[in-house]
Design a protein around this ligand. Structure first.
Ligand SMILES: *Cc1c(COP(=O)(O)O)cnc(C)c1O
Length: 440
């Protein structure tokens, strides 16, 4: 399998090169030459998530040096389960729990898979690599956890000071060693712009070799298909029907992975996108022109995206715009509704959702109120305890904290302040060059 750029002017490359590069050299996003078709019968019915991932991803790695190591990469990355749990209070409803990884959000799947691939790719430079990550909260911690104490790599995280949850901030700052957290006096968009500027700065790159681990990397997108395939195949075997999914959506990485699994012939039914007050996608799917914009801050902060980075891949997958609009629905859920959904479900059913999962749960409530009785899986992208400052006041009691998160919260945390301008990051990177070598 070879990978093309959505802009169409960069040469096609095998998966290892596409993963190492992140963005294609013409500025486009890498997409596979085609989406392979897979037979559900090819999957081991008793296989683990890692087994499903290896079977699913084999055609994507064909012809690359990483192909032989794919099963080992899957085992190394997918060390936790992504269970599909029945919600007893809601008939025909399950929750796909993606928060059992080390940082309690689904980003662990992509970050760990990317790290397992990069570890096996040939090093281009004798000097250590600095991985820059701009994060609105969850990505930074997942990437830091995946690369923590790995030789020849340093992770530098930029996050908007005061705009991530207190526990997210603690998580970002608690790693130490080869991980540095920079709290930027600005917004997520500033962090992202500063990272892009550094990556495009040839002079700086000559001085400090840089890479990124953002959501456009195929090394993060492809493994996210695994949990949809695993859940849908299991459901299909038990019930003989496809499973529908409601996916909390920001940059469209998680939802696109689900749609690709369906395109590949596995038993995924309908897919609905749950968005927060950032309504770029809901407006597009309601018939308006695609109008990317600046993001607004919401309670579901990991979905505060005004210009979804995977939209171009969605257009590549479904080139006919009217067909695409018929295929998908997206709905915007405001903060008041997120709060009400969390409070109501806790009070009436003893269920607790993070603000992101609550957007999806609200869409399910609407479908059921309309009389829909189809099997739906609500995708839970983070553990609610990560958003205790939002969730606990609505419940009126503290939440149990998953052990990995609890361990991080007992470690001291530290973040350095940084002004929100491109020059400040350049200066920081140049003057901390030697820290990167020491992490060696
Ligand atoms: C990143 C994130 C999302 C959004 O995922 P996308 O792939 O950007 O659409 C939703 N929920 C949580 C908890 C996240 O961390």
């Amino acid at each position: 399998m070879r990978y093309h750029s959505t802009r169409g002017t960069a040469p096609a490359v095998p998966i290892g090169e596409a993963i190492a590069a992140g963005l294609a050299p013409d500025g486009g996003l890498y997409v596979p030459a085609s989406l392979p078709r897979l037979d559900p019968a090819a999957f081991d019915p008793h296989g683990t998530l890692a087994d499903t991932a290896a079977t699913l991803l084999t055609p994507f790695f064909t012809g690359d040096a990483l192909a032989d190591q794919l099963p080992a990469i899957c085992v190394e990355a997918l060390t936790f389960d992504t269970p599909l749990r029945a919600l007893p209070a809601h008939p025909h409803t399950t929750m796909l729990e993606l928060f059992h990884g080390p940082t309690s959000a689904f980003k662990d799947v992509g970050a760990r898979f990317l790290a397992a691939c990069l570890r096996r790719l040939p090093r281009r430079d004798a000097r250590p690599l600095t991985i820059l990550v701009a994060t609105s909260g969850d990505t930074g911690a997942a990437v830091a956890a995946a690369f923590h104490r790995q030789p020849h790599v340093r992770v530098v995280i930029l996050y908007p000071d005061g705009l991530v949850s207190p526990r997210q901030a603690h998580q970002l700052g608690c790693f130490g060693d080869n991980v540095t957290a920079l709290r930027v006096a600005g917004r997520f968009d500033d962090c992202q712009r500063m990272v892009k500027a550094a990556l495009n700065d040839a002079e700086l790159q000559a001085d400090v070799p840089l890479s990124s681990a953002n959501s456009i990397s195929l090394g993060r997108l492809l493994p996210q298909m695994s949990y949809y395939a695993h859940a849908a195949l299991g459901w299909g075997r038990d019930h003989g029907t496809p499973l529908n999914f409601i996916v909390p959506t920001g940059n469209l990485g998680n939802a696109l992975a689900c749609l690709w699994v369906r395109e590949m012939g596995l038993p995924v039914g309908e897919v609905r996108l749950a968005c927060n007050a950032n309504a770029t996608l809901p407006e597009f799917f309601a018939g308006a022109d695609y109008r990317p914009r600046e993001a607004v801050a919401t309670l579901a902060n990991a979905m505060d995206v005004g210009a979804p980075s995977n939209f171009k891949r969605l257009r590549w997958t479904f080139p006919n715009e009217s067909a695409l609009r018929r295929l998908l629905q997206a709905h915007s859920v405001d903060d008041a509704t997120i709060r009400r959904t969390i409070a109501t479900h806790a009070r009436e059913h003893g269920e607790v959702f993070c603000p992101h999962a609550a957007t999806a749960m609200h869409l399910l409530d609407r479908l059921r109120a309309e009389g829909d009785e189809a099997p739906w899986a609500v995708v839970a992208t983070a553990h609610p305890a990560k958003f205790d400052s939002v969730v606990e006041p609505l419940l009126g009691h503290p939440l149990d904290v998953p052990p990995a998160l609890a361990a991080m919260l007992t470690r001291p945390a530290r973040a350095e302040p940084l002004p929100a301008n491109d020059k400040a990051l350049e200066t920081w990177l140049s003057s901390h060059r030697r820290d990167a070598s020491r992490s060696n």
